[in-house]
Design a protein around this ligand. Structure first.
Ligand code: MD6
Ligand code: FE
Length: 200
């Protein structure tokens, strides 16, 4: 399988086949029945454009009280288990890492985006983040350890998996835009991004 290396990010092109992607979407739908998507607000009260849920021991939550990992969904219910397909992918791609404790589920509609950021709310930044793209294509921008500077962008397609390890783990990155109706995986369109993380 082809691996594209851009600025320390390893992008595994087409890691999941079409059949696997459809199976994964079915498993995620079951997760979202137990832990429905919510639209988070930033600590300042601004609604984010993505909708979020999670699976695993922890989910990442943002509200007026701040950004943090929580062991339960805002409803008070525990998060569902991370599907085995994703656990197997994790151990295949990052065999030396600890087991993932969170699979963040982000749903992007055609207008959603994610500003440049670092993922730094986890206790052990030596552990990787692995990110799965499903559905519509998205323009993924990769920057630097500090804000600003030159960047490089790549269109992520359904089934692609990005490994953020080593220097890439703390590199700024974001999603500029989603290309509407560029995939048929999700009947109503949109994009699902899964990020698996070790939290503790
Ligand atoms: C992506 N996502 O959607 C990359 N980070 O391909 C992220 O970098 C990300 O979706 C933190 C929280 C949610 C995300
Ligand atoms: Fe991120």
């Amino acid at each position: 399988m082809a691996v594209l290396r851009v600025r320390d990010f390893d992008i595994h092109l087409g890691y999941f086949t079409g059949v696997d992607q459809r199976r994964l979407v079915d498993l995620l739908r079951a997760c979202l029945v137990q832990a429905p998507l919510v639209r988070p607000v930033t600590p300042r009260g601004t609604p984010m454009s993505v909708r979020m849920s999670a699976a695993g021991q922890f989910g990442w939550v943002s509200d007026r009280a701040g950004y943090r990992y929580e062991p339960v969904h805002p409803s008070g219910q525990p998060w569902p288990a991370i599907p085995d397909m994703l656990i197997n992918m994790w151990h295949d791609l990052v065999p030396d890492a600890r087991s993932p404790e969170c699979c963040l589920i982000n749903w992007y509609d055609a207008t959603a985006k994610m500003g440049m950021h670092q993922d730094k709310d986890e206790a052990d930044l030596s552990q990787p983040v692995v990110s799965v793209s499903l559905g519509d294509e998205a323009l993924f921008r990769m920057g630097n350890q500090t804000r600003g500077g030159k960047t490089e962008s790549v269109w992520l397609r359904s089934g692609d998996v990005v490994v953020m390890a080593g220097a890439a783990r703390t590199t700024h990155h974001g999603i500029d835009r989603v290309r509407a109706q560029s995939a048929t995986l999700l009947p109503k369109g949109g994009r699902i991004n899964l990020t698996l993380r070790v939290v503790t």
